[in-house]
Design a protein around this ligand. Sequence first.
Ligand SMILES: Cc1cc2nc3c(=O)[nH]c(=O)nc-3n(C[C@H](O)[C@H](O)[C@H](O)COP(=O)(O)OP(=O)(O)OC[C@H]3O[C@@H](n4cnc5c(N)ncnc54)[C@H](O)[C@@H]3O)c2cc1C
Length: 311
Amino acid sequence: MPSHIALEFLLKILKYPSSLFTLLAARGILFKKCDERHDDGAFPDHDKIVTALFLVKNFNTMGGNLSMNRYREDHTFIDLLKRSLDERFFEWADKELAHFAERTIIYDERARHTDREGQPRLIKYDRYGEDISEIWVNEGYRQTADEVYRTGIAAYPHKPIPQLEEKGNYIYAFAQGYLLSQVEPGLYCPVTLTMAVAYLLDHFADDSLKKKYLPHVISTGEVPLYEGATFLTERQGGSDVGANETKAVTRGDHYLLYGEKYFASNAGRAGVAAVLARIEGAGSGTKGLSLFLVPWRREDGSLNGITIRRL
Ligand SMILES: Cc1cc2nc3c(=O)[nH]c(=O)nc-3n(C[C@H](O)[C@H](O)[C@H](O)COP(=O)(O)OP(=O)(O)OC[C@H]3O[C@@H](n4cnc5c(N)ncnc54)[C@H](O)[C@@H]3O)c2cc1C
């Protein structure tokens, strides 16, 4: 039996510290070695396998090792950013991303809790039997989400960064996303939906909608945050949005939407959703579809006629 299992294992981790695949690759090595048994069926060099397992456990617990910074260690990534951002912006982004990467260690811890014992839950009814369709998330997830949105991940492509007095950009936003998605893809999904709704509002909404909702969607703490959602898919088939059946009926200065959306990410957490529907009388297929901004709650705080069914 080769005596270098633990060493080989460590080298793999040290060589590609920022990659989740490293861990999987390292585990692959371990399992491969475990298969190589002596003739009597005993595992070879059992102590070293245990050592390696212990290292896996620590690697998992610490989100890498404590001195590791997912950003600082990723030289190719830094090089790419240096080439893509102007010097002043890069100087600022470099410090911010290093700090963000440090925070991902704690986000990673909380994400594991969210994945296992702290999973989100649908609270369908209140104690009086009223449909409240609320999504409960654990406190750690809440804190991570709050902190991440405050970094401007969905906001700075649309408003100035205070320290720079200039707008951010998608290169920086996606650089943050690259770091976040390595530890908390469950949150990065809603973040991208919020980014999408911010983009739609900023580029296509009329002035009154933009004024009312955009500051909330791109909030970094100054006003309550409205996370975004994009409800397009229906049961008839997500690939074929032209088959959508949700209809929109004119009611004065707004529309009422009737229908059911499917695979609705961030339902119950979103403050506003971009929803595809067909205005009564519009043609068939994708050409007959329109996109609506739907607030999750009415101004008095009650649900805006929305109910959630768990998939
Ligand atoms: C985790 C998750 C989150 C999601 N979040 C959202 C969300 O927030 N908002 C939202 O609107 N949607 C969301 N979706 C839905 C997603 O957009 C759809 O799953 C996707 O569009 C595919 O649609 P479908 O699942 O109905 O599969 P279908 O469209 O029914 O497709 C089933 C299969 O048929 C194949 N197929 C379809 N059409 C053709 C064709 N013409 N030729 C050959 N093969 C074809 C597909 O490749 C696929 O293998 C989410 C899905 C997932 C899994």
